[in-house]
Design a protein around this ligand. Structure first.
Ligand SMILES: [Ca+2]
Ligand SMILES: [Ca+2]
Length: 216
């Protein structure tokens, strides 16, 4: 009977080919895995923001979701607006971080998600808890660097005409429109709001968008 004192050449070759295949899978599969990691992070952020906006609306002090455009009647101290760029996004960030109240969403917990003031607009008074002197109207950027789009349901029909979907970010100005169901043509989230990340293609209203509803 043959005793097993070491690996035979055939055994070594088998082991080496298995390792080669596994190595290849790891190298080829890694970018795909990273891409899906970015996507699930963004899906999580959209879900958490959705929950924070629900809490905002159920708070009796607010009674509604943030408006698509901040107005001086509801938000004294906003001041004259210089542009409509990122207006829904800025409204969401301001509302979830009102001065003198608990923050409803902490961006710090999500690596790769940033708050910036790309269009450099500001309010007349300090309305957020970001700092005693901080009047910047921040917008939240998705992991690919594009500001999110946000629409209150009452504005779905007028977003196009009133130019409320202007998104300025890393790329040139892009526009977002509220999503409609391709079959019924009805808007998604009719009684709520739409929150949209443009996804890795940096364009809104395309297949890869990440939304607070299912648009498949
Ligand atoms: Ca801004
Ligand atoms: Ca897209």
């Amino acid at each position: 009977m043959r005793t097993h004192q070491g690996f035979s050449l055939v055994e070594l070759l088998v082991v080496m080919s298995i390792l080669a295949v596994l190595g290849g899978l790891a190298v080829l599969g890694l970018p795909q895995m990273l891409r899906s990691g970015d996507r699930s992070l963004m899906e999580n952020v959209i879900m958490q923001l959705d929950a924070a906006l629900q809490s905002y609306a159920t708070d009796a002090k607010n009674g509604d979701y943030p408006p698509t455009v901040l107005n001086a009647d509801e938000f004294p101290g906003v001041g004259p607006r210089v542009n409509l760029d990122n207006c829904g996004n800025e409204s969401v960030i301001l509302c979830l971080n009102r001065k003198g109240r608990d923050s409803l969403f902490d961006i710090e917990g999500y690596k790769g998600i940033k708050l910036e003031n790309i269009d450099d607009d500001r309010t007349q008074a300090v309305l957020t808890s970001f700092g005693p002197e901080d009047k910047a109207l921040y917008e939240v950027l998705d992991i690919w660097g594009t500001p999110l789009a946000y629409f209150h349901h009452r504005d779905y029909g007028s977003v196009d005409a009133q130019d409320l979907g202007r998104i300025s970010g890393v790329e040139d100005l892009v526009k977002a429109l509220p999503w409609r169901n391709a079959k019924t043509k009805g808007y998604y989230q009719r009684d709520k709001f739409q929150l949209v990340s443009a996804g890795p293609d940096l364009k809104f209203n395309t297949e890869d968008d990440i939304t607070n509803f299912d648009h498949q």
